[in-house]
Design a protein around this ligand. Structure first.
Ligand code: G3I
Length: 392
């Protein structure tokens, strides 16, 4: 496990600052204290030099890893410069929208009887033309369900609807899909169920076995695809993330004990810039526990929310880069980790602009390339982590 002097030095710094600041918090507002703490995360002396000219794709491949990103059909279709950057930097493509049941625009499931593969087929062809791997996201999720779902799907037909969806969608790309997020975000410890399952329409309609059914049908339909359980909130040394890691491990153990064909865990890794509760030892242990079940691991949606970071882009970029490099140093130390995908490639196109925007109105900066498609320190951080990773 990599010793991270900086992380422990940073922690020591924070501890010191925390102590000082705690004496002063009576006089300072909490938010002032927090921004003080976050500023202390910034280390202007930290070296983010990446050696050589190789792309992230090439640096990953040199270690037997895959690097890639999610992309939206409208952006990839219409933005040639972004598409060129994608082909240069990425070895795998996952549609951000096109393989979900329903995202406004050109939805996959416009009505109960129709499948519209326009976006997903175009993305598959783009991947093939550019020798990229293609991955699917996601066959079963509680979000992005079509408007017709709640009035059409009931406990009598739910299994038939689910099976038909998986057979039709996974069947269309059978043999061509690197991996599928078969089930996404099924765990929610706050629901207080004994099995920690999220109360989704699928759970309510089919019971806990919907997960096993989904994986079995996906395995029958596309025996070549790596079948992934994908989730978020697994990253930090917080009670919530610790509980979720435990619950995800128990879910995977239950599935494996039943012979469910789950082959990998997808860790979304939506990192929180400024989150100081990062414990590399606990995180490494989690990766080892997943790997000890014989599962592969993919980092599936890596990015860094910078909404609570200072507006100064030099400071923000350093903190985002430090978050990425510290996280990936732990993740890539685990040989079962086979791929790293960021949830977008450029700040030009990121869900965080809509979903985690900054109160000061400044553009968010979560991804390897800036909005002008120039590499940022985030790019360097990923490059350095790939260069330092043990070869697979
Ligand atoms: O563009 C339309 C707009 O024209 C319309 O008026 C509006 C009405 O709701 O919808 C807009 O589309 C939205 C789209 O993002 C573009 O902003 C969709 O509603 C909205 O659902 C969609 O959100 C996506 C979300 O998943 C739900 O599918 C995000 O882009 C996407 O980044 C996000 O990705 C998820 C992963 O799938 C799972 N893990 C978490 C990750 C982030 O939430």
């Amino acid at each position: 496990m990599p010793k991270h002097p900086l992380v422990s030095r940073r922690r020591a710094l924070l501890l010191g600052l925390g102590t000082l600041a705690s004496m002063g918090t009576l006089g300072m507002g909490r938010s002032k204290y927090l921004s003080y703490q976050i500023e202390a995360l910034d280390d202007p002396k930290r070296d983010f030099t990446a050696v050589g000219e190789a792309s992230l794709k090439e640096r990953a491949a040199a270690k037997g890893l895959i690097y890639g990103a999610a992309m939206r059909y409208p952006a990839l279709f219409s933005d040639a410069k972004l598409a060129n950057c994608f082909v240069r930097e990425c070895g795998i493509l996952v549609p951000e929208w096109g393989l979900k049941w329903y995202v406004p625009g050109v939805p996959l499931r416009p009505n109960p009887d129709k499948f519209d593969f326009t976006e997903a087929d175009w993305m598959a062809q783009f991947a093939k033309t550019n020798s990229l791997l293609y991955r699917g996201h996601t066959l079963v999720w509680h979000e992005s369900l079509p408007p017709w779902f709640k009035d059409t799907v009931n406990s009598q037909n739910a299994e038939q609807v689910l099976v038909k969806h998986i057979k039709t969608v996974a069947g269309r790309y059978a043999g061509k899909m690197h991996s599928w997020d078969v089930v996404n975000e099924a765990i929610a410890t706050y629901e207080k169920r004994q099995d920690n399952l999220r109360k989704t329409p699928w759970l309510e309609l089919l019971g806990p076995n919907y997960i096993d059914t989904a994986f079995r049908v996906a395995a029958e339909t596309d025996p070549k695809a790596l079948l992934v359980y994908n989730d978020f909130g697994l990253e930090y040394d917080t009670p919530e993330d610790e509980a979720k890691r435990t619950a995800v491990l128990k879910l995977l153990e239950r599935l494996k004990s039943k012979g469910t064909p789950v082959q990998a865990l997808g860790i979304q890794a939506h990192l929180l810039g400024g989150e100081t509760r990062f414990n590399s030892k606990k995180l490494r242990e989690f990766f080892s526990n997943v790997a000890s079940m014989g599962l592969k691991i993919l980092i599936t949606e890596l990015d860094v929310t910078d909404k609570n970071l200072p507006k100064n882009t030099a400071v923000r970029d350093r903190i985002v880069a430090a978050s990425l490099e510290d996280y990936l140093a732990v993740a890539l130390d685990e040989p079962a980790v086979i791929a790293v995908l960021t949830w977008g490639l450029s700040d030009r196109v990121t869900w965080l602009s809509d979903f985690q925007s900054r109160s000061d109105g400044a553009a968010v900066r979560p991804l390897p390339l800036d909005a002008d498609l120039k590499p940022k320190l985030a790019w360097n951080a990923i490059a350095r982590a790939l260069d330092s990773a043990p070869k697979r």
